[in-house]
Structures are given as structure tokens and as C-alpha cells.
Design a protein around this ligand. Structure first.
Ligand SMILES: Cc1cc2nc3c(=O)[nH]c(=O)nc-3n(C[C@H](O)[C@H](O)[C@H](O)COP(=O)(O)OP(=O)(O)OC[C@H]3O[C@@H](n4cnc5c(N)ncnc54)[C@H](O)[C@@H]3O)c2cc1C
Length: 490
């Protein structure tokens, strides 16, 4: 039987393990932390019974993609739930803008910019399935949907500040800047719109769902599915050298590229090791989890129903904050993302005490404390917030990096979203998952299609490993055919 080892149990490591196991590979996952899941962990970090997502909270690209269609995580307990409003962006004076599932409802709230918003996001939403097929895989491929991809490229390729000029109102411009800031990159650079267009359109096509029971439910369902396929997970095992793994046929590394180069040592061609060490990490996050009595009293009422609230002020403030962070400076008014997952999943609260998960974009390796700035930013758009805080739990940038080696210097998306790395990550190569060492593949968010708890990097990397060993047909055969084969063997 083909033997496989996966280093790291983030969603990509687990997706890779499941994909290999489904093709008949005997898989062991080795995880440094005491619990599996990587960026899909949850915990009662403020008040007993109040459940916070420690990393990923919202999963617009996880619910309907090639991996989720191939593997039934619902059968292993995973359920998704949507908040009433997908995301909102409050402005001073109780103004703001909000994104609903429906493009028309969203446009209706945007006044003079409503028609323009519908012109941009309506056609993209209609064609999103085809568009997603193209961008949720390595960029170097022959497009199957060139027209849809062309339309996506029209808005994704320019700097986000250019796309922002399509809108004339503060509300629509800020709404756009807020979603574009998920790129974690200056909004004046080429391709800085790509992530905002993808996530903004996904909000209409799929919504921004949370996992019922916390994002840990994603890891739990994946581990359960993996176990049902004969795979296993060992926690508390830090892998530092390939020689420690014995001689498996396939090794998948759910690690940052620099760490992968360290693990592979002299076995990796020097040219590729250099490229891995040159891989660029981006700015960092500073997190505060709040337990809040009666929730956040946002002045802009739709924000009280929104799963995610982008807190920064107007579009110019978002642009300035992202530029400052990239240049190594914490802005006085940083860009803050506030997650109110309990609105979709009320069992995360205890009575009237609700979990609210916030993080600010801060410079790489940030050593200070951004807790007060985060509270001040929320208070500015939700007067009275401070008084409702029952408990807080801070995860400083250094804590984030220490908890998960993939978040180098606090870079929670495992790689800067420069134009170059959006197209070619982790290096310029026909097969971005190949490490240059026979049988060893990189499968983390540093590989296409990049960050997010959707497991697609693991899925593509494992398919690449299976193709190399001539096992891909086993995976792609209909489940019934595989079951019939298994019966014949017995
Ligand atoms: C605060 C925060 C908020 C986020 N919000 C969202 C969100 O709302 N939606 C979303 O989709 N994404 C979000 N993300 C990003 C998302 O969590 C990641 O992109 C995703 O988890 C990447 O998956 P991965 O499998 O590549 O790596 P990870 O999930 O980072 O997992 C890597 C795992 O490998 C282990 N590991 C690393 N090196 C070794 C080693 N040498 N030996 C053994 N084990 C090792 C680590 O301990 C870790 O468990 C967020 C992340 C953070 C931190």
C-alpha cells in the first residue's frame, strides 16, 4: 500500500490527507499543536461557555468547491449557517453600507451608487461558479471559461483604489474598500482588487457562512472523514527534518515555504530552497476576543445584524491604514475586522453574553499592544461598547506566530498578496506544489489558491501527488466503482 505522511493539520493538510486516503493511500497526519485544525480552531477563551473562533470565522469559498463537492463533510457533522447581513461598513454619524445575499437588496441601500453596484456585482454573481473554477486553482492553466474570467479580470486586475472610483458615495466607496482590504495589501497596487472582488461576489453567491459549533467543527468533520477512510492524526509532533519521517512514498507539507525548506534541507535543489526562503510574508494581525453583554451597539443599525463588520471609517481611511501597515507603521486608526458569528450560530453565546472576535491589521512582527486602538475604533462607531465588555482575551502578534508556525511574524494569510505572489505562489513553476524533492509536495495556503479555510490548496496538491504516482484515476472514479472494487478484493 502507498504510504503518505502529511505534516500539519490545517484545513489544507487535512484536505490533502483525505484526498490521498480516498485514493487508497495509508495516511498519517503529524501536527505540532495539541489539537488538530490549524486555522480552524475554537475555544472558550473569555467566559466559560462563550465560544470564540481563534482564527478563521467566515467561509464563503468553502461551501461549494471541488473538494466540498467530492467529500461529504455534512455526513461527518459539519453544518453551515448564515448571518442575516453578510458584512457591513459603518461610517461616522450612524451612516454606513451593508451587503446582503441579494445584489438588488444591497444596491437598494446604496443610494446613487446602487445601479453601479448592481452593474459590477450582478453579472459577476451570475457567473461566479465559472469564475471560481478559474481562480481557485493555479493561475497557469488553460481557462475553460475565458469570457467569465475576462469579466472578473476587468475588476480584479486594477488597483482597488481605481475600482473605488466607480463609486461616488462615501458609503459604497467604503463598502468596497473594506472588502478589498481582506487582501492585507496596499490598495493602490495592481491586482489588489482581486480578493475583494472574489469575496464580495461570494457574499452574494454563497453568503459568508460560519460553521455551526465554531470553526473547530470544520476540523472535527475533516478528522472524522479522514479516520473513516483509514487515516489518522498524531498531535504534539513537531517535524523538523524529512529524515524523521521514515521513507513514505508521499509527503505533504502544510507549512510555510521557509519551514518546508528547513525540513527538506540538502535534499531540496538549492535554486528552489532559495525561492522558498525569498517567499515574502505580509503584514500581521493583532487579535482581541470580547465577551460582550447584549452585543455591540453599532449606531448603523444593519451592522447589528452583520456577521462581519469592517471598522475603519471612510475609504480614504482604509487605504491609509493598509498603506501604513505595509510600511511598518501602526496607524492611530487601524483597519479592524469584527466577527459576530453568534448571529448565525446563537449557541455560541451564554444568555445575553455574546462572543465578538476582532483583529486589527498591524505591521509584520508587531511587538506593541493594539488592544486600546481596537476598542477605540469599535467605540467610535458603537458608542457604549466599552461599557458592555465583560471579558477580553488578547492574542498578540507574537502569540499568533508562536501558536502556528505558518503565521510567520503574525502573517495570518501565509504570504503577502503582492501581484507576483497572487499569480505565482510560492515560486514561479509549472507545478506550484512540487518542492523539487521526489514525492514531497507543499500544500499550505502559500500555494494556490492561497489563504482561506477551504482546503483547496491541499486538494490540488494531493491530486498532483496522486497524478505523479498514477493514482489519480482511483480518486476520480465514481464512489460506487471504488466500493465495488473493494468488495471484489474481499
Ligand atoms: C485570526 C485569523 C482569522 C482568519 N479569518 C479567516 C476567515 O474568516 N476565513 C478564512 O477562510 N480564513 C481565515 N483565516 C485564514 C485561515 O485560517 C488560513 O488561511 C487557513 O487556516 C490556512 O490553512 P492551512 O492548512 O494552509 O494552514 P494552517 O491552518 O495555518 O495550519 C497549519 C498547521 O500545520 C502545523 N504545522 C506547521 N508546521 C509544522 C511542523 N513543522 N510540524 C508539525 N506541524 C506543523 C501548524 O501547527 C498548524 O496546525 C484566518 C486566520 C487567522 C489567524
Amino acid at each position: 500500500m502507498t504510504q503518505g505522511v502529511v505534516v500539519g493539520s490545517g484545513p489544507n493538510g487535512l484536505a490533502a490527507a483525505i484526498t490521498l486516503a480516498a485514493a487508497g493511500v495509508s495516511v498519517t497526519v503529524l501536527e505540532a499543536a495539541q489539537t488538530p485544525g490549524g486555522g480552524t480552531r475554537s475555544g472558550e477563551v473569555t467566559v466559560p461557555g462563550v465560544l470564540h473562533d481563534e482564527c478563521s470565522g467566515f467561509h464563503p469559498l468553502a461551501t461549494d468547491n471541488p473538494f466540498s463537492r467530492r467529500f461529504d463533510l455534512a455526513a461527518h457533522g459539519l453544518r453551515w449557517a448564515l448571518p442575516p447581513v453578510q458584512y457591513a461598513h459603518p461610517l461616522d454619524g450612524g451612516r454606513g453600507a451593508a451587503v446582503h445575499r441579494s445584489v438588488a437588496t444591497t444596491a437598494a441601500g446604496l443610494g446613487a451608487d446602487g445601479d453601479r453596484y448592481a452593474q459590477v456585482f450582478g453579472p459577476l454573481t451570475d457567473r461566479f461558479d465559472a469564475i471560481a473554477t478559474e481562480f481557485l486553482q493555479p493561475m497557469l492553466h488553460l481557462p475553460r471559461h475565458p469570457v467569465a474570467l475576462g469579466r472578473f479580470g476587468l475588476f480584479a486586475a486594477p488597483p482597488a483604489t481605481w475600482v473605488g472610483r466607480l463609486f461616488s458615495t462615501d458609503e459604497a466607496a467604503a463598502l468596497w474598500a473594506g472588502v478589498a482590504a481582506h487582501a492585507f495589501h496596499p490598495l493602490s497596487t495592481p491586482l489588489s482588487s482581486a480578493i475583494g472582488v472574489a469575496l464580495g461576489t461570494a457574499a452574494h453567491r454563497f453568503g459568508w457562512p460560519v460553521a455551526v459549533g465554531g470553526s473547530q467543527a470544520i476540523a472535527a468533520a475533516m478528522v472524522s472523514l479522514l479516520t473513516s477512510l483509514g487515516g489518522r492524526v498524531e498531535t504534539g509532533v513537531q517535524v523538523s527534518a524529512i529524515d524523521d519521517l521514515g521513507s513514505p512514498d508521499i509527503v505533504m507539507l502544510d507549512t510555510a515555504p521557509g519551514a518546508a525548506a528547513g525540513i527538506l534541507g540538502d535534499r531540496q535543489p538549492a535554486r528552489i530552497a532559495r525561492a522558498y526562503h525569498r517567499y515574502r510574508h505580509g503584514p500581521a494581525a493583532f487579535q482581541v476576543a470580547f465577551a460582550v453583554r447584549d452585543g455591540v451597539p453599532w449606531s448603523y443599525a444593519p451592522a447589528r445584524d452583520a456577521g462581519t463588520v469592517h471598522v475603519a471609517g471612510d475609504a480614504a481611511a482604509v487605504v491609509a491604514a493598509e498603506r501604513g501597515v505595509w510600511r511598518g507603521r501602526l496607524p492611530d486608526e487601524p483597519f479592524v475586522l469584527v466577527g459576530q458569528q453568534y448571529l448565525a450560530d446563537p449557541d455560541r453565546s451564554v444568555g445575553d453574553i455574546h462572543p465578538v472576535d476582532a483583529y486589527a491589521h498591524v505591521p509584520t512582527g508587531f511587538r506593541g499592544n493594539a488592544r486600546d486602538q481596537i476598542i477605540a475604533q469599535i467605540e467610535r462607531f458603537a458608542p457604549g461598547f466599552r461599557k458592555r465588555i465583560v471579558a477580553t482575551h488578547v492574542r498578540a502578534t507574537a502569540d499568533i506566530a508562536a501558536d502556528n508556525a505558518n503565521y510567520v511574524a503574525g502573517d495570518i494569510v501565509t504570504g503577502a498578496n503582492t501581484a507576483g505572489q497572487l499569480i505565482f505562489r510560492p515560486r514561479v513553476a509549472a507545478n506550484p506544489y512540487a518542492t523539487g524533492v521526489d514525492g514531497v509536495f507543499l500544500c499550505s495556503a502559500a500555494t494556490p489558491p492561497g489563504a482561506g479555510a477551504h482546503g483547496l490548496a491541499g486538494w490540488h496538491a494531493a491530486r498532483s501527488a496522486l497524478r505523479r504516482r498514477g493514482l489519480l484515476d482511483t480518486l476520480d472514479r465514481p464512489a460506487g466503482a471504488v466500493a465495488a472494487d473493494a468488495k471484489r478484493v474481499r
